[in-house]
Structure formats: C-alpha cells, structure tokens
Ligand binder design. Structure first.
Ligand SMILES: NC(=O)c1ccc[n+]([C@@H]2O[C@H](COP(=O)([O-])OP(=O)(O)OC[C@H]3O[C@@H](n4cnc5c(N)ncnc54)[C@H](OP(=O)(O)O)[C@@H]3O)[C@@H](O)[C@H]2O)c1
Length: 269
C-alpha cells in the first residue's frame, strides 16, 4: 500500500449543486471528496464540509486545476481561489485535471512543487495521464504524488495502469466507476448482484476495491449515496472476480475529444 492511506471510497461531485448532499455523504461515512475547478461547485463542497461534524483532519479533499490554468502563475492564482472557495488553508490532493492546453511538465510541476513548499497542498494528483506521462512527471516532481485518476470500471479495467500504480506505490482513483450508469446493463454484474442480494453498483465498486491501490469516487444522490457506501462491506470471491475480468467488451464514457475545455489529448499521442 502507498505511503499514506487514501480512503478507498470517495464521493464524486460532478453536478452536485447543494451542500446538503456533501454533508449527507460525510455523515454516512465518506472521508474523501472529489471536486474540480471545472465543476464550478467548490464553494458548495466547502459549505458541505463546513456544515458537517466530521473533523477536517479526517477528510481527504481533492480538487483539480483546469487545463487552461496550468501555467505557473495561473496555477498558483487559481489554486488560491480554489482554497478560498473550499474554505480551506490546504487541499489534501491537488490534481492536474488533464495534461493538455497550458500543461508544460517542467513549468507546471515546478509550480506544484512551490505550492507544496508553501503548504497549499499535501499531495499531488495527476489525472488522465498515460504511463509515459506519469514517468515524466515522477522524474520532475519533488512533491509527493498520491494518485493518478482515470476512468475505470468493469467495462474499462485499465490493467496497464493498475500494474503501474501497484509497482510505483501510488493510488489509481477510478472516476466514472459506474460508467455513468452503463454498468447496470451488464448481465454478468446483474447475476452476481442477484446472488448476493445487492445492487449492481455495489458489485462494480467491490470489483474495483478488489484491486490493491485502487480507490473509486462514484457520484450519487439520494439513497444511492448509502448504497454505494455499503460496497465497502461486500467481498467478491475469486470466481466472481474472474467472471467480471472475463467481460470482453469495453466502454469509455469520458471521451477527451468531446470535453470542451480540453483541446489536446494524451490518449491520441
Ligand atoms: N478526472 C476526470 O477527468 C473526471 C472525469 C469524470 C468524472 N470524474 C469524477 O468522477 C466522479 C464520478 O464519475 P461520474 O459522475 O462521471 O459517473 P459515475 O459515478 O460512474 O455515475 C454517476 C451516475 O450513476 C448514478 N448512480 C450512482 N450510484 C448509483 C446507484 N447506487 N444506483 C443507481 N444509480 C447510481 C448517479 O445517479 P444519481 O445522482 O441519481 O444517484 C449518476 O447518474 C465525478 O463526479 C467526478 O468527481 C473525474
């Protein structure tokens, strides 16, 4: 396991527009919250954290810097703005959201090191990085890397990156861990869910947690928030895992070429 513990289940916040949802997730037991400048809800997330009774030191709060803000000055300025919106002095995990647009490895990661030295972040995160871009970033950075974040779920198993994070002792944080709902149509997952009397969402998340060094950040509302939390108590056996591993078709739900704030993509390099 990596040098520090990252709560394996985090709460994704794309589209979350009310602090009550954040507060509910924290009261249920989530201890890792994932937002981004892009989601335009850091203020909402900060209000939810402030309203909850969970002590700050028990929380891992992650945000991500927009690709256009990755020049050194914009990075520093926009990180200060993110901290103001979140109501925090330090963010636990600050990600490069996509290594595109204003991303320049030496300039951008040098500025991450400066922010680390100034106590503005505890760990660096690198989102949507390929193994070769991760290698390059690891060479440049002095500040500690905690996680890389990519889409991962039973229909996109990311075997190369899972091997990479296990070998280098960082986490893979699986975004869109329910493939934005597409896992619900997969019959193998439905069979396993029926066998245990649980939801397909729980089976998908438990499959992610069966991998060392993998965390997941489902976004949910209403009863789904607790449903997903209960995945932490579901143990799949080797046969279940082998059946899921044998699913032979893949789906990627986040396509960088259609993300409007990203105009170049490492996936096409
Ligand atoms: N780094 C990146 O580039 C990147 C890209 C995409 C996403 N992310 C992060 O990853 C988080 C999660 O990804 P995502 O929002 O794209 O997709 P997701 O978590 O795979 O799926 C969310 C969808 O699943 C539904 N859902 C959640 N739990 C459910 C359950 N137990 N039963 C039935 N339906 C359920 C939600 O509906 P309800 O809301 O109705 O529950 C929502 O429609 C984001 O919020 C964001 O924090 C990061």
């Amino acid at each position: 396991m990596p040098h520090t513990a990252l709560p394996r289940l985090g709460f994704g916040t794309v589209g979350v527009t009310d602090p009550e949802t954040i507060e509910t997730a924290l009261e249920i037991g989530y201890r890792h919250i994932d937002t981004a400048q892009w989601y335009e809800n850091e203020t909402i997330v900060g209000r939810g954290i402030a309203r909850s009774s969970v002590p700050r030191e028990e929380l891992t709060v992650a945000t991500k810097v927009l690709p256009d803000n990755l020049g050194a000055e914009d990075l520093k300025h926009s990180t200060e703005q993110s901290l103001d919106r979140l109501g925090l002095d330090t963010v636990d995990l600050l990600y490069v959201h996509w290594p595109t647009n204003a991303y320049d490895p030496v300039e951008t990661l040098g500025a991450f090191d400066d922010l680390y030295d100034d106590g503005k972040l505890r760990y660096v995160g690198l989102s949507n990085f390929t193994p070769s871009l991760l290698d390059e970033a690891r060479e440049i950075l002095d500040a500690p890397i905690l996680a890389t974040q990519v889409e991962m779920h039973p229909l996109l198993p990311q075997r190369e990156l899972v091997e990479y994070v296990q070998r280098t002792d960082i986490y893979l944080v699986a975004y869109s861990p329910l493939a934005q709902g597409k896992v619900f149509d997969e019959p193998v997952l439905g069979d396993i869910a029926d066998k245990y009397g649980v939801s397909v969402a729980q089976v998908s998340l438990a499959w992610l947690f069966s991998h060392d060094n993998v965390a997941a950040i489902p976004k949910a509302s209403g009863d789904h928030i607790r449903d997903n939390y209960e995945a932490l108590s579901l143990d799949l056996n080797d046969e279940d895992i082998a059946r899921i591993d044998a699913i032979d078709h893949q789906i990627r739900t986040v396509n960088p070429e259609t993300e409007e704030k990203v105009d170049r993509t490492p996936w096409t390099e």
